[in-house]
Design a binder for this molecule. Structure first.
Ligand code: ADP
Ligand code: MG
Length: 360
């Protein structure tokens, strides 16, 4: 096991800056997830840690040791890719042990390590098969087995479940969480899927355009998103974001209103806001509830009855869509006008720059 420290890491491809000054600490044994939209630099950052991409500037330390110029094989890391990259002509046993064979590990030790990895991954019965005779999930397990036998200080995963169907992704997610528990290893995991990030991570790093937007536990990010980007990225269905105007503000409260919303007073620190400022109100679908005297009314355009809850899509008089997650017993009907309310302490407010205003 090892900790990692990234200090002001930069990466450019020619004149294009892809990673723009990333600072991050990863503790021993932590499960850290890099999440963000496609193209934001997640793989590049992971590959810089693995040593598969040069670091343009900044410092990378693994277990305290400066690793910028250390060869990939000497960093104590093992990477698992989205494409499993198995050798088709070799059995599972030989695929898992290939790296050890190259490193001239004595056969008895190699055999013990392969069997131990197979036991951990519950694939002892597959050892003599070739990859063509395996399902997608089994192939991914072989790729993980190949990382386990190297006993790395740090496991690096780049979207390892993206090629699997939804049900299998769910199963493998549980297996990865167990694996992390069993091995107690430091793991860094890249995904564009916020559900994977929320369920696996001790700590999530949200990236956008090569810049870290926020680092925190899953619930930190859900309840206290630092800015509009994180607010919109984390949580399903997505947070509703309504343009509003500040009517009044004080160190302990902010009153906002809009053409489609009656004035609402929120228990927030309004010192940095003044009357007339534009802002964005953030309302989670799960925090909205039908209320005859609620602040917002809209026309129901879609009702999705999921069993455990009912997702209602409304169109506001402004044309904006709003989503409410109501109880399964909701009798909301297409075409009707629904009035919604919310508890003021559940609402978030973002200033004109998109930054979350402090909760008092
Ligand atoms: P992600 O994994 O988040 O989808 P990547 O790290 O793969 O994103 O890519 C980040 C950005 O860097 C993208 O705009 C991509 O086109 C660019 N990029 C990645 N690799 C290279 C490369 N070898 N040469 C030039 N541009 C690259
Ligand atoms: Mg990628």
């Amino acid at each position: 096991m090892a900790n990692l420290e990234l200090k002001n890491l930069h990466k450019s491809f020619g004149s294009v800056d892809v990673i723009k000054g990333v600072d991050l600490k990863v503790e021993h044994g932590e499960f850290v997830v890099f999440v963000g939209p496609s193209g934001c630099g997640k793989s590049t950052l992971l590959r810089m840690i693995a040593g598969l991409e040069d670091i343009s500037s900044g410092e990378l330390r693994i277990g305290g040791k400066l690793c910028n110029d250390v060869q990939p094989r000497d960093r104590g890391v093992a990477m698992v890719f989205q494409s499993y990259a198995l050798y088709p002509h070799m059995t599972v046993y030989d695929n898992v042990g290939f790296g050890l064979k190259l490193a001239k590990t004595p056969e008895a030790i190699r055999d013990a390590k392969i069997r131990e990895a197979a036991r951990i991954l519950q694939m002892e019965h597959l050892l003599q098969r070739k990859p063509a005779a395996l399902s997608g999930g089994q192939r991914q397990r072989v790729a993980i087995g190949r990382a386990i036998v190297r006993q790395p200080e740090v496991f690096l995963f780049d979207e390892p479940l993206s090629n699997l169907d939804a049900a299998l992704r769910g199963d493998m997610r549980v297996e990865l969480a167990k694996l992390h528990n069993d091995l107690g290893a430091t793991m860094i995991y890249v995904t564009h899927d916020q559900v994977e990030a929320m369920t696996l991570a001790d700590k999530i790093v949200v990236l956008n355009q090569g810049v870290v937007q926020q680092v925190g536990t899953p619930l930190d990010l859900y309840h206290h998103p630092a800015n509009l980007f994180v607010a919109a990225f984390i949580g399903a269905p997505k947070m509703n974001l309504l343009p509003v105007t500040v009517a009044a503000s004080s160190p302990t409260s902010v009153t906002v209103h809009s053409a489609v919303m009656a004035p609402v007073t929120l228990p927030l620190d309004g010192k940095a806001l003044k009357s007339g400022d534009t802002a964005t109100l953030g309302l989670r679908p799960h925090h909205l509830l039908p209320a005859p005297d609620g602040a917002i009314a809209g026309k129901v355009v879609l009702v999705e009855r999921l069993g455990n809850e009912t997702i209602v899509n409304l169109t506001l008089p402004s044309g904006q869509t709003m989503i409410a997650a109501l109880g399964s017993e909701s009798n909301a009907a297409m075409g009707e006008t629904l009035t919604l309310g919310f508890a003021p302490d559940k609402a978030l407010l973002f200033n004109a720059e998109g930054n979350n205003q402090q909760v008092i």
